[in-house]
Design a protein around this ligand. Sequence first.
Ligand code: NDP
Length: 255
Amino acid sequence: MSILDTFSLAGKRALVTGGNRGLGLAFVRGLAEAGADVAFVARDAQRNASAVGALAAAGVQAQAFEVDLVSDDGPTQAVAGAVERLGGLDILVNNAGIAVHRPALEIPDAEWDFVLDVNLRALWRMCRAAGAHMKDTGGGSIVNIGSISSLIVNRPQWQPSYNASKAAVHQLTKSLAAEWAEYNIRVNALAPGYVKTEMAAVDEPQFRQHWIEDAPMKRYALPEEIAPSVVYLASDASSFMTGSVVVIDGGYVLH
Ligand code: NDP
């Protein structure tokens, strides 16, 4: 087996949450190009369909279905729907997330709860649903999308709910990795820095100093620069890695 074969996802079945745009769409494409059969979930049917269409136009097959991950049965629907469509599930990429910028003293309880519901509770429930399936079928790889916001405090905007949620994602990742190693389930997190998506307005002048100039590489990333690391974490190329948080940030957290 050559070294590049260890990155191959041929024969693997992968589910990506929040795959209709931004980082999630790049992850869907990357996993599919590496050989996996891929399904993704998100809420917006139109955006799901246009993402599937754009991928198909680029020669990449993926299936999408609508799930609101904060609904009571969202995570179980997502995992059962992927298992049904793909014939099993070997890889879960928990990517769906939201960020709200607001100073701490102005955050209403409902907003705090919503950010934590999407970024942490839904991700946890996805891990539990997929973990149960993977335990029964001999193992798998879970990749949780964290953030450098668990390691630094972003400026100039304040976003304590997001930062707290991503720190919890990292520690949950380590906890599940320790507990599920005996089931052959690896659980790792990826912590990106600033990436140009709808979530991160990287071109806005008021963010330039702190988001761009403060990073040693003095630029943001494009989603396709982050996707290869997800392929790595999903694949046998990272077979001895579990409970790790892989930072990919142009050097941002170095200072
Ligand atoms: P986007 O806002 O571009 O995309 C978010 C995705 O999540 C969409 O596909 C959205 O689809 C989906 N989503 C949101 N809420 C739900 C829900 N309740 N149920 C199902 N799907 C949902 O974000 P990014 O691509 O920028 O971010 C992706 C991940 O990467 C997030 O976890 C984010 O925190 C993380 N990250 C991003 C960074 C950046 O600079 N962009 C940096 C570090 C981490 P829909 O609205 O149709 O449901």
